[in-house]
Design a protein around this ligand. Structure first.
Ligand SMILES: O=C([O-])CC(=O)C(=O)O
Ligand SMILES: [Mg+2]
Length: 611
């Protein structure tokens, strides 16, 4: 027998084969109890019969409840719920509070031998009891972020072949070409609103990790929820596997992906085109597609190709640019200078540096400076040295050419710094230590408050450590890094390094997009995000040398960013959710995910619409 959408709860009793005893418990519960919620969920899930596949039970009972990550509360199920859902006896008798569950998990986590074990434990919790996972992540954000995100996620990707257990997203390989829509249809949720996708070619600063790069979209989307309250059921991590050029993985018997060299050229492009079209067909044109950790040669190209036609952005170009510009705007409040009175040296000329430079130009234009003059303030350094016009060693693509100066090429970073005397030195090369003590001391000799950003991830790829920066500049520098560093005690003062990571930006951007149905993402949204983030930095933060709000405030900051983006999007007719909510902040807050257990009967999470 199939349950029909308009059935009353008493009509489905026989189907659920509940005992009289259980019914009597339900009939004794009051109006706001599970009884009513059951009906509500039934109607919500199935208000148009013909739209839904009616092949399975509509909500869970029995052992299945404990196996479903979205329904499971573990030891927090009340005795009444245990009776109702027919799980009584499957759990030990003591009923835990959610708070106790969090503390128990954290105690266990802290006793584990290393961060990779903690990553595995958190991934398992996410599979077992999603609400508890997010409650842990939202309560202990500062402690959990470095485990589910950079730096530990980098290590987890390197070891993914050993630690993969349950699917948290979709793997789509080049062998699926021609059938990508079918693969997307295997994802059990219909209403997907945010995808983070990688092809694994440039995972953090660790290079080509191929299919093992899946840890990145999973980690990014976990932060969508933990930092901004985007409901996890809207989120879908995807890895596109076109092969790998990682020699170690090509020989590793535990490697999870296709063991051949990367497919490139026309076949690659057709594959990505098909993917983009299939996403729209399956999930609709408002589904956000965030590109993550693609290699430079594809990242810029694909952004240009798709930005006007899809709801898409590239986090490594635009998200990183936004967070860096926010940090730069905040540092001006410390140095007291105008943006255009500075000289910026970017070490690295890839996605992050070009993205930051382009957005900086936008910010300088707001000060009335021309694009041409703004570009004169920005210097890029790549593996061949300073980016200059007609460089004998070549290596200039279209993006770098925008910042190629009319001067002689200097190759060594130390000499470049001595020659240009920059006020900002920003590292995003993914090459590891590069800001030597001499370079840092030089920066302090030209500037009262040199600004040093070591943005490459994970920690091992940072251009310098926080303590190296504070010590070499005698505590004078403004410092931020992409991966977290512990506080530094120097000369009797404690310095708190800021984390200039795009995680301050993309969760808020995602929240605005999924709640307001923003269809298109113009560059302006990243400038607004940068400004809003910078405005959240208090005078107290600045006095402590912080150019970002403390991580504990990141939830509130993400919402502020979402509200600012929503305002702009409604004004510019980019938002599809109508009518426009009267109070956007309230609307967004109401639509944020809360990591609190619901007392509704758990619905199956694999209800999908027919396509
Ligand atoms: O993931 C991070 O920490 C920041 C980022 O996008 C990258 O480094 O590729
Ligand atoms: Mg990235």
């Amino acid at each position: 027998m199939f349950v029909k959408p308009n059935m009353k709860i008493n009509q489905i009793y026989p189907y659920l084969s509940w005992s009289l005893f259980q019914r009597s418990i339900i009939s004794r519960t009051n109006a706001s109890s599970t009884y009513q919620n059951k009906e509500r969920i039934l109607l919500n899930c199935t208000n148009n019969n013909s739209d839904y596949k009616m092949t399975t039970r509509r909500f869970l009972t029995g052992y299945d409840v404990l196996l479903d990550r979205r329904a499971n509360k573990g030891t927090a199920f009340s005795i009444e719920e245990r009776q109702t859902y027919r799980i009584h006896g499957l759990l030990p008798p003591t009923v835990a509070t959610p708070e106790l569950q969090v503390e128990r998990f954290m105690d266990n986590l802290r006793n584990m031998p290393d961060d990779l074990s903690r990553y595995i434990a958190l991934a398992a919790l996410q599979d077992r009891n999603e609400k508890l996972f997010y409650r842990v992540a939202m309560t202990y954000t500062q402690e959990i972020m470095p485990l589910v995100y950079t730096p530990t996620v980098g290590l987890a990707c390197q070891k993914y072949g050993l630690i993969f257990s349950k699917p948290k997203g979709l793997f789509i390989s080049i062998n699926d070409k021609g059938h990508i829509y079918d693969v997307l249809s295997n994802w059990p949720i219909h209403d997907v609103r945010a995808i983070v996708v990688t092809d694994g070619e440039r995972i953090l600063g660790l290079g080509d990790l191929g299919c093992n790069g899946m840890g990145i979209p999973v980690g990014k989307l976990s932060l969508y929820t933990a930092l901004a309250g985007v409901a996890p059921e809207y989120c879908l991590p995807i890895t596109l596997d076109v092969g790998t050029n990682n020699e170690t993985f090509l020989k590793d018997k535990y490697y999870l992906g296709l063991q051949h060299k990367r497919v490139t050229g026309k076949e690659y492009d057709e594959f990505i085109d098909e993917f983009m079209q299939a996403v729209v067909k399956r999930f609709g044109q408002q589904c956000l597609i965030q590109f993550e950790d693609f290699a430079n040669h594809n990242a810029f190209r694909l952004l240009e190709k798709y930005r006007e036609h899809y709801c898409t952005f590239n986090d490594d170009i635009q998200g990183t640019a936004s967070v860096a510009v926010a940090g730069i705007l905040s540092s001006l409040r410390i140095t007291g200078r105008k943006l255009s009175d500075n000289t910026f040296v970017f070490y690295g000329a890839g996605e992050a540096s070009i993205g930051m430079s382009d957005l900086l130009v936008v910010a300088m234009e707001r000060e009335g400076v021309s694009v041409e003059d703004a570009r004169k303030k920005i210097f890029l350094v790549d593996s061949k040295g300073l980016v200059v016009k007609d460089r004998p060693t070549g290596g200039l693509n279209e993006e770098k050419k925008r910042y190629a100066h009319e001067r002689e090429c200097i190759v060594k970073l130390g000499e470049i710094v001595k020659a240009l005397k920059p006020s900002f030195l920003i590292g995003a090369a993914g090459q590891g230590p590069a800001f030597t003590r001499e370079i840092l001391e030089d920066m302090a000799s030209f500037n009262e408050h040199p600004v040093i950003f070591a943005l490459s991830n994970p920690t091992s790829k940072a251009e310098c450590t926080a303590s190296e920066a504070y010590e070499a500049t005698k505590g004078q520098c403004v410092f931020a890094s992409g991966s977290p560093f512990p506080n530094v005690d120097y000369n009797g003062k404690t310095y708190i390094p800021g984390q200039g990571n795009n995680s301050y930006i993309f969760p808020g951007v995602g929240l605005a997009i999924v709640t307001c149905g923003i269809r298109h993402i113009p560059e302006e949204l990243f400038y607004i995000s940068a400004k809003t983030l910078s405005e959240q930095v208090t005078e107290e933060d600045l006095a402590a040398g912080l150019v970002y709000p403390p991580i504990e405030k990141i939830h509130a900051v993400s919402r502020k960013i979402a509200v600012a983006l929503a305002e702009y999007s409604y004004e510019h007719k980019l938002a599809a959710h109508y009518p426009k909510p009267k109070d956007l902040e309230k609307y967004i807050e109401e639509n944020q995910y809360k990591a609190e257990y619901s007392d509704a009967l758990p619905p199956r999470w694999d209800w999908q619409k027919k396509n």
